[in-house]
Each structure stands twice: as structure tokens, then as C-alpha cells.
Design a protein around this ligand. Sequence first.
Ligand SMILES: C[S@@+](CC[C@H](N)C(=O)[O-])C[C@H]1O[C@@H](n2cnc3c(N)ncnc32)[C@H](O)[C@@H]1O
Length: 264
Amino acid sequence: MELPKRQAEFDPVEYAKRNYGHIMAEDRTIIHHMAHHIRRMPMRRAERVADVGTGPNLYPAMLMSALVADEGSIDLIEPGEPSLQFLETLLYTQTGIYYGRDSDGREQSIDTRALWPKFSNLITITGRHVAFTNTYLRTRLLADCIPGDIFELPEKHYDHASSFFVAETITDDEAECALAIRSLVSCVRPGGTFFVGMMVGNEDWPADEIVRFPVARLTMPDVRQMFDDIPEAYRTDIRFISGPTNRTRSGYSGMALAIGTRTP
Ligand SMILES: C[S@@+](CC[C@H](N)C(=O)[O-])C[C@H]1O[C@@H](n2cnc3c(N)ncnc32)[C@H](O)[C@@H]1O
């Protein structure tokens, strides 16, 4: 797969520290709504789920791990080499310490495992169901990271799938962003659930302190229209989560969280 330059420039160390070094208010709210939804679904029965464009963010997969059977699997699908290495370090190495370089070529490191216990605790407390216990360890046991592209997902393959802050950050073309969301919905088997998080109002997003990527600048009506235009997306609940935190700077107003079912 030809890797777009922006994914190769992505700095997972700075990104992970900035976004997941502590739990931001928006992520708390997303965890609350996802856990509430998942609690009403059949727990620990899914054979395979996917998180697409995982980057260094494990918490969507951790939430979905409550749905996955003990012998099931979680695919963390990601095209960017630095993010894949971050995930490989987290899942497969002894130390969990990832070494990378920032955009100036300076060496830096992060303990990829230190970020997630606080999310795991929050998910346990918020989830109020035994299936939400130890989701961090469960995810490490069940997950594999896989090189892949949101536009090339297998049709009707996954019991459930999630994608957070991906489609709108791949491109500044709204139509291409909508195609990415459609592809995500299509990879879910009929009756399965998709969970999508999107940033609203952004003009760009910082990959690190220096590099900024253009994004599709979305409003909530844009997001609603995108899901309305996907015939396979059924009963999609879309809510706005306002964003007081400094996740990105230009025009950012908050998140859209879409949770829906894939029709046959
Ligand atoms: C803003 S980051 C979001 C990362 C993570 N999901 C999170 O919640 O923080 C965007 C991610 O999308 C990935 N990405 C970019 N193009 C992609 C594509 N065509 N298919 C899947 N993922 C892609 C990037 O490599 C990066 O990890």
C-alpha cells in the first residue's frame, strides 16, 4: 500500500501524550455514551470486531472488548507506519516502550502501556457490568494490529466496528470523508453496530506541535446528512459533545458521536 506522506509524518508520541496523557472531558462523555449503548447489547458474544484508524488510541477497542467472546478477536487497522509501530510495541513487546522521532528528528519515547489503566478504570466504573472489567488487559489479549485502509475494508466482515477521528482527518474533501464513513459502515455485518467519532468545526488538526493536516470541516448537519445518505446505516443516533478542551485549535467546537446498526 502506498502510504500518504501525512501518515508517515504522524508523531504518535506527541499525539498520545497530548490527547491521552490525561482523560479529556469529551472522551469521558464518549465513554459514557458508548458504555451505556454497549450494556444493552449481547456481551462477550462477538467473534470479531475492528477499530479502524486506531493510531495510538486504544480506548474505543477497550470499550468494544466487552462485546467480544473469549476466543474472539479485535483488529486494530491502521495504515501509518509510526502508529503501527506504536501499537506493535503496546501489544507485542516486553517493555512497551516506543521510541520514535519528532518532526525535527529528535529521538523521543513513551510508555505505550502507561496511558490506558486510567481509561480502563473509568470504563469499569462507567460500564457497571462485569464485561467492562479489565478492558485494557482484555484488549491486549484479544487484539492484533493490522496494516489497512478504511477504503479497503472487507464487506460485512465484522460483528461491530468503530472509527474515531479518522474519516474527517484523511481529507479536506467532504465527499471523500463520506465515502470513508460508508466503507466503515459496510464492513459491519447486518445487525452489527458501528461507533463513529468525528471532530466538528476543525479547519485542521495538529499531528504534533508543528505539522498540521487539513481536514474536512464539518458541521453537525453535515454529519447527519452523511449518515442519512448511507442506506446501510439504520437508526443512527448522532449526538454532539461540546469540546472545551484544547484537542485541536482552529475552529474546533466538539465531537459528533454516531452509533447505529447496519441494515442487511
Ligand atoms: C486523528 S488520528 C486519530 C487516531 C485515533 N483513532 C484516535 O482516536 O485518536 C487519524 C488516524 O487515521 C489514520 N488514517 C489516515 N488515513 C487512513 C485510512 N485511509 N484508513 C485508515 N486510517 C487512516 C491515521 O494514520 C491516524 O492514525
